[in-house]
Unconditional design. Sequence first.
Length: 355
Amino acid sequence: MLDLKNLSSEINLKIQQVKDRETLESLKTLYLGKKGIITEAFKSMGKIDADNRKNFASELNIIKSNLLDQINSYQSKIELKEIEEKLNSEEIDITLPTKEIKKGKIHPVSQVIDELTCIFAEIGFSVAEGPDIENEFNNFTALNTPEHHPARDMHDTFYLDENKKTLLRTHTSPVQIRTMLNNKPPIKIIAPGRTYRCDSDMTHTPMFHQLEGLHIDKDINMGHLKGCLDFFLKKFFEDENLEMRFRPSHFPFTEPSVEVDISYKLENNKIVVGKGDRWLEVLGCGMVHPNVLKNVKIDPKKFQGYAFGVGIDRLAMLKYGITDLRSFFEGDLRWSNHYGFDANDVPTNYRGLSK
């Protein structure tokens, strides 16, 4: 049977040697752990005769209670000591000048994406996304692009393999293909995102941003397309008097196809959108080609729709007076501070979508 007097004396001696949290935890484990001395003593009480068991249990409980009290007391002292040491080592000179707090800016591309998302959400469009690395079928074939089309040439497209089966997407139209393959009409989406082409000058960069729109349903016609784009352009450029016109064009994936122009004038060598007798092309669109619908297993006799594509970076340039597209991606903080947006200063119409 365990000698409780010796155990009490031993505990008092060891508790006085505690200097830090580690030795205190070791002491606690030694006596109160799963295989601790006091724990094992309680387990062995069945071997003690009935006459001595009650007194043994009472004295052992007193020893355990005293030990817990001392452990808690020492733990409080150690924590207080640690706090004091931390305070002494982290003294702050309140006479020093404060550090400058630098606020980040919302990039014009991010801002315009938020604006576009907000505008199209008002008329029922949802946002769809897809990978930057695409396959040849989604990027070209499914979109009715002929084998000999110039867009497939190496000088226009970043191919990632010798067989020209994997590439960096040249537009966000593959998102439309993926959406139509995985969903049944009606479909009403916009697909903003990065795109890639081998081109670089003041108005072209190897990586840029596009927004594609797609609306597939029964009885969709060019009137719906015109109404959608008229609403979008007037909202985006904040001009209810903005004039828009359709001009016949050709795209492999739409038939009929049109370019969309908006009116503008020059004031002090700056473009003023929405006024004047000049016309500026801003996007391409048209009715989805029946071959595209067939490629994604949608019956063109039951469903039809329209699609459009617009350059997000170009919209930002037009609306916010930015002259060189390459500056969007140079990472110059002076440029970002000049053209960027404070979170609290974004246009009221779009504030709910700003991050």
